[in-house]
Structure formats: C-alpha cells, structure tokens
Design a protein around this ligand. Structure first.
Ligand code: UTP
Length: 295
C-alpha cells in the first residue's frame, strides 16, 4: 500500500524567468488552475491523501493555495456563487498536505532527502511539482499497480524521439511485460550512440526507504547538485528497479514552449472554452496564411 507522496517544488525555475523571479513555477496556471493542484489531484485520484510538498524560499503561495481563505469564501457566499465556493472548499480539503522547506537548493535528490522523517520505513510516491500528466488512469496509480506486482522501486518512463535522448535520463533493461522493464542501466542525458533505449524518465516514481541510504552516499553531480538519478544508479547495483511505460501525455510546465502547448491543449478540452477558443485558433491560422500569401 502506498499511502504517502512527496512533491518536490522548491526549485528556482530559471528556465521560466522572469515570471519565476517572485512566484513559484508550480503556481503557473493552466488556464485557471495552478500546476501544483493538478499534481495534488493526481495523488488523490491514486488513493494518496498524505502529501509532503518540498517548498522553499519564495514559495509561500503554495501553502496559501491549499489553505482556507475565509474572506474570499465569505465574499463568494454573499455573491451566492455556489460553484466557485464549492471549488474553493474542495481545494482546501483535497488532501492532508504538509510542507517542509529545502533551505539550500542542492538538487532534486536533496529535496527528496528532506522527506526521510515523514516517510520513515514506508515506500512512497514522488511527483515532480512542475509536471502534469494527462491520462485516463492516473500515472501514480499505474506505478502503484506495478509496485504491487513487482515490489521494487518504480520509475515512470515515456518514449521520446531518438534525437532528443540527450535531454533526458534514459533507462535500459529487459522486458518483464509489454509495459514493464527490469532495469540494468540508467544514464543521465546520454548522447544518441550511448543511449540504451529512447525511454526517458517522466517525473513520477515509487521509491522505497532504501533511497535515503543511497542519497546519503551520493556525491554532488551535475550542476554541483545531489541528483536523484545518481542515487538511483547506486541503488540499481544493490536493489532491483523497474520502469513502467506510462499511458498518458506528459507536460513539463517548467519549460515555456511546453507551457504554451499545454494551455492550448487543455483549453480545447474544456467545455467552457473549447468552441470559442477553437474558432479563435482557426481564425488566427487563417489570418497567418493570408498574411503569408500577401507578403
Ligand atoms: P527542475 O530541475 O525542473 O527544477 O526540477 P528547477 O531547478 O526549478 O528548474 P530550472 O532548470 O531552474 O528551470 C524538477 C522539480 O524538482 C524541484 C523543482 O521545484 C521541480 O518541481 N526541485 C528541484 C526541488 O524541489 N529542489 C531542488 O533543489 C531542485
């Protein structure tokens, strides 16, 4: 049984400056809902209600978002806006959310190490706070199913273009089933020739408490940070690790282009926006085509 989840959300978000100078990238909205709310919803939809968010400097709004806002609720009640009022109540009661601050930004591995007392001897899920995965079955649930079957650390992977393998952590191993691989290799950002596959780590994990021992021994790696992939590599030698090929589409909201694409795709799926927004997109493309013909 996986009962706890850890959401690292302390990072600086340098790829999304300047907006991330004074606000967390995890609060950037997909239309009207912050990224972190989708991530918390994925935990809840996977049966996890005990969530530890790794927060840090300049991230207070993450706590405020999941807190009660008495003034706002009173105003909505006065306006008799039942739908929004209910939505706000839902956010504050979504889950049992705890926060811990990562005082120095020493990398994702270090962020997860901050969860050692909260998670104790239990396996736990990790969901990157800037990554949303759109799927029918929540991806964390897909990983839990795999953990329950194989009893080992699980890493979510997705297929990426061979030309892009050098941007990701890439896994290699033997197939246990059509979607599960027993790993024998884990390489951070390999070049195309080195890459054992085009399966990339996708921002979701089920980790066992053994990860904390590995993280203690992990030296600073790329960017002078404690890298989770380095700790997993160490663990791979002592313990089994499986990778699950996820069914779903991943959006990295820490990246400006992915953020734009996510906004468009999600707007086209929203009943309250789809028709008007599609019309706007079609008109925009027609105008672009027209301009190109004329110039
Ligand atoms: P990223 O590497 O995408 O976050 O980490 P970053 O460091 O903010 O990114 P850039 O490159 O500067 O834009 C993935 C997740 O891990 C968290 C981030 O908040 C993000 O959700 N993280 C990263 C931490 O919690 N602590 C860290 O020290 C680093």
């Amino acid at each position: 049984m996986i009962k706890k989840a850890v959401i690292p959300a302390a990072g600086l978000g340098t790829r999304f400056l300047p907006v991330t100078k004074a606000q967390p990238k995890e609060m950037l909205p997909i239309i009207d809902t912050p990224t972190i709310q989708y991530v918390v919803q994925e935990c809840v939809d996977s049966g996890i209600e005990d969530i530890l968010i790794i927060s840090g400097k300049g991230k207070r709004s993450l706590e405020d978002h999941f807190d009660k806002n008495f003034e706002l609720e009173t105003r909505l009640q006065e306006k008799e806006d039942e739908a929004l009022y209910t939505h706000l109540k839902h956010i504050e009661n979504m889950a049992n959310i705890h926060f811990i601050r990562q005082k120095e930004l020493n990398g994702l591995g270090d962020a997860i190490y901050h969860a050692r007392f909260h998670c104790g001897q239990e396996p736990f899920a990790v969901l990157l706070g800037d990554t949303v995965i759109d799927s029918v079955i929540p991806v964390t649930q897909q990983l839990i199913d795999s953990y329950e079957q194989y009893g080992q650390t699980v890493i979510a992977v997705e297929t990426v273009a061979w030309d892009n393998v050098s941007r990701y952590g890439i896994v290699g191993g033997d197939n246990l089933s059509s979607r599960v691989i027993r790993l024998n290799e884990l390489i951070e950002k390999p070049n195309r020739e080195q890459a054992p596959s085009n399966l990339a780590i996708a921002g979701r994990y089920i980790l066992t408490p053994q990860i904390f021992r590995a993280l203690e021994k992990t030296p600073r790696g790329k960017g002078n940070e404690i890298q989770l992939t380095d700790a997993l590599q160490m663990l791979l030698k002592e313990d089994g690790i499986t990778a699950t090929l996820i069914e779903g589409k991943r959006y990295d909201l820490g990246n400006k282009m992915d953020f734009l694409k996510t906004t468009v795709e999600f707007a086209l799926k929203r009943q309250d926006f789809a028709a008007e927004f599609e019309e706007f997109l079609r008109e925009t493309i027609d105008r672009l085509d027209q301009d190109r013909k004329e110039h």
